[in-house]
Design a protein around this ligand. Structure first.
Ligand code: HAM
Length: 433
């Protein structure tokens, strides 16, 4: 029986010519840039399990949210406990923060993760049932500087990847009183239009009316155009905070636009929320999003610490890089490909292969002993820099013949000098990069 991959998930193979974003060398590059960027901002890595108690997500993301009510992979373990594959990273990180008492270690308040998330969504381009997020959570600081720092980190990451033309949309959801007053105002406004609303928005009218604001249905969109705006309901302190965030973004030269219907699909947010949108992504155009969640840690029975974070989808980041034709890194190719002819040559090559690798020089060797033409073809396919054919003649003279694959230019290097010469060439190449 032949098995196919389940819908909504994907394999990453070393190189995928058809769907380039599924090439693992691109993912390694993104992860490298994530680590470099987070190190610059002094954020440290946290890793949590793939699954948690279901209740954690019900309490944090919200029982009425689509993520929890429709999209979770939930199962009973053999002890009869309800577990869920994590659909997002913030709640597990907060659970781990509280449980490991990280509040007592000041070096553990600024955290990042690179992790798969699981949501049973309708699968389509850019929307997967297992997707991967680079996320950041800054815990314990309620200042506008904290909001701006996290957004700045995200944009530094995008810039380092060469991404451009991303739109940053921001909004403020104020405090919980603001939200409940606003909810009532929104419902009073929507009531006369109730029958014209889409079926989904009708359901949301009672359960989660704020989400009607970002309905994709054109009729709903027309109706909400004249709806009351949450920013008009903010208390003075929250309005000041939102103005400060804007002042700081301007200071850091990060362009933004205010979108008063941006509400986000997770229940834990207050004050600043944001989303980054890419024009190149089609329908699934949100490349990253996040915001402030000051009440979440105490809601989960931890200390009362304000926090701010984001998650950005790695699939969508890579897809945007490809669509914007940014300079992508090259996959790693061997510099030297040894082609031994005969048993003695095999042993010699094997030893030199090891010596090169010890110096960090990527190299390979033909283990099979094919015909020389076939081995050359192999070197070509592997995109090796040089092929080194070793036969009786070379062994007798103790000289390697190295052929540059691109130009077919041939050079001779004595056995004794081979490793140091190749090392010089390799370092020279790296510098030239
Ligand atoms: P989110 O907006 O649900 O936020 O997800 C963050 C990002 O993950 C999205 O902007 C998108 O790029 C990507 N993403 C989400 N679902 C999918 C999917 N099905 N397929 C592909 N990519 C997807 C959160 O998860 C929050 N935990 C972010 C956060 C961290 N807020 C504060 N801290």
């Amino acid at each position: 029986m032949k098995f196919n991959i389940p819908p909504g998930v994907f394999d990453l193979t070393p190189i995928n010519e058809k769907e380039k974003w599924k090439s693992s060398y691109l993912w390694a590059h993104i992860e490298k840039v994530i680590r470099e960027t987070t190190a610059t901002y002094s954020y440290h890595e946290i890793r949590t399990p793939l699954f948690e108690r279901t209740e954690l997500f019900q309490r944090s993301v919200g029982e009425q949210s689509d993520i929890v009510s429709k999209e979770m992979y939930t199962f009973l373990d053999k002890g009869g406990r309800s577990m869920s594959l994590r659909p997002e990273g913030t709640a597990p990180v907060m659970r781990a923060f509280i449980e490991n008492r990280l509040d007592s270690l000041s070096s553990c308040h600024k955290l990042f993760y690179i992790a798969p998330m699981f949501r049973y969504e309708r699968s389509q381009a850019g929307r997967y049932r297992q997707h991967h997020q680079f996320g950041v959570e800054a815990i314990g600081n309620g200042s506008a500087e904290q909001d701006a720092e996290v957004i700045d980190l995200l944009f530094t990451f995008y810039n380092r990847l060469g991404l451009q033309n991303l739109r940053l949309c921001i909004n403020s959801l104020g405090n919980s009183e603001t939200r409940s007053t606003y909810k009532e105002a929104l419902k009073s406004y929507l009531k006369p239009y109730f029958e014209t609303l889409s079926e989904e928005s009708k359901t949301r009218f009672e359960t989660n009316p704020l989400r009607i604001l970002d309905s994709k249905d054109p009729k709903d969109q027309e109706i909400v155009q004249n709806a009351p705006v949450i920013l008009d309901f903010l208390v003075a302190e929250d309005r000041w905070h939102f103005n400060e965030v804007q002042r700081l973004l301007t200071l850091l030269k990060i362009p933004y636009e205010i979108n008063s219907s941006l509400v986000r699909g997770l229940d834990y947010y207050n004050k600043t929320v944001f989303e980054v949108v890419s024009g190149e992504l089609g329908a699934q155009n949100s490349i990253g999003g996040g915001g402030r969640y000051d009440g979440l840690i105490s809601e989960l029975s931890g200390p009362d610490l304000p926090s701010f974070g984001f998650g950005t989808g790695i699939e969508r980041v890579i897809q945007t890089m490809i669509n914007q034709q940014v300079n992508l890194p090259q996959p790693g190719f061997p510099m030297i490909y040894f082609i031994p002819l005969g048993e003695e040559a095999k042993t010699i090559c094997f030893e030199f292969l090891h010596a090169l690798r010890l110096r960090g020089i990527p190299s390979q060797m033909d283990f099979v002993g094919k015909k020389i033409g076939k081995s050359m073809q192999q070197a070509d396919q592997l995109q090796a820099g040089y092929a080194v054919v070793v036969g009786e003649n070379e062994i007798e003279k103790q000289v390697f013949q190295i052929k540059k694959m691109k130009t077919s230019e041939v050079n001779f290097i004595e056995f004794e000098q081979f490793v140091s010469k190749i090392e010089q060439m390799y370092l020279g190449r790296k510098v030239a990069h």
